[in-house]
Design a protein around this ligand. Sequence first.
Ligand code: PLP
Length: 387
Amino acid sequence: MRLAQRMSRLGTETAFEVLAKAKKLEKEGKEIIHLEIGEPDFNTPQNITEAAIEALKEGYTHYGPSAGLPELREVIARYVADTRKILVDPDEVVVTPGGKPIMFFSILALVDEGDEVIYPNPGFPIYESVIEFIGAKPVPIQLREENDFRLDIDELKKLVTSKTKMIIINSPQNPTGGILTLEDLKAIADVAISKNIYVLSDEIYSRIIYEGKPHSIASLPDMKERTIILDGFSKTYAMTGWRIGYGVMNKSLAPHIARLMTNSNSCTASFTQRAAIEAITGDQSEVDKMVKEFKRRRDVIVKGLCDFPKLSCSSPKGAFYVFPNVKKIGWDTKKLADALLNEAGVAVLSGTAFGKFGEGYLRLSYANSVENINKGLERIRKFLAKI
Ligand code: PLP
């Protein structure tokens, strides 16, 4: 197969690969504890599923507008306006199959070959992958444990050049669970405004937060027009497999993102969009319950990991991941993650799956029951005692 050159620049998301390996081991009869996948283990709340069934019966089985159903765009506009305390017009909303396409589309639409994009590292691997794919220069900014995995503003200023077109931020963050403070966002906004840079603000975990309030950079003065907010339903409403998310952006950018939708997916599934209206406007008590349960699990897993002599683990403020420091074990992190899967039957990700600055860390998802988390911890304990 003579693939196009650009395919050599396209990365991947290791979580899916580890999940496939873990499933293979399960098929061979091994019992695996899954702490690798970034998806809530809860069922989608019943009212949302019922809204989808109703929509199917009502005939929402056809193409819809590329930017999304007008009634959903209106509901999203109101929701984002309320939660971010900004004015949002439905014409500034584009609905996509998951939040992920907003990364791809906004980078495709705004960043030229040779431009530079600053992005968090360790961070969601698709940012780097897409930046490389389109021929731009990825400029990682290191998130350090000693800085609560927030980015360092002085470092950011040093990384900005005349070619910087976009800064990507993600708060609460995958993989560290770190959160950017209001002061951080103000400083990033100052840089973006003074150097005329766009900001892609990945807020997919904005509702999964345990301490403090989530802030959006789009709420700051003069930032809304240069920010693309990425959000969606996957994490908040346990709807990963439904594939629905959205971007909120400058009104003059939205038609171009919609055009990318026309060229790729045509539109997001219509009945899924109807269910998303129910997700936002319906009873939110299931979301509150899920977040409460995540917090309980976070406390269990952080305590368990901190009890291991060679590990340290800070308590994440949001999302559902922990990012323990395993440097004292002295192993290559990828090798350690592989050994934990193959020898201990615990699927975790190497920090390096999130970029080079993830070396020395593992990522564990606590989107699993307390019983399984405890089982996983016990297996890790036994494994570490042996090596
Ligand atoms: N952004 C971050 C930081 C994520 O971790 C994920 C999913 O893992 C996404 C975006 C994409 O979510 P979706 O399932 O809505 O495409």
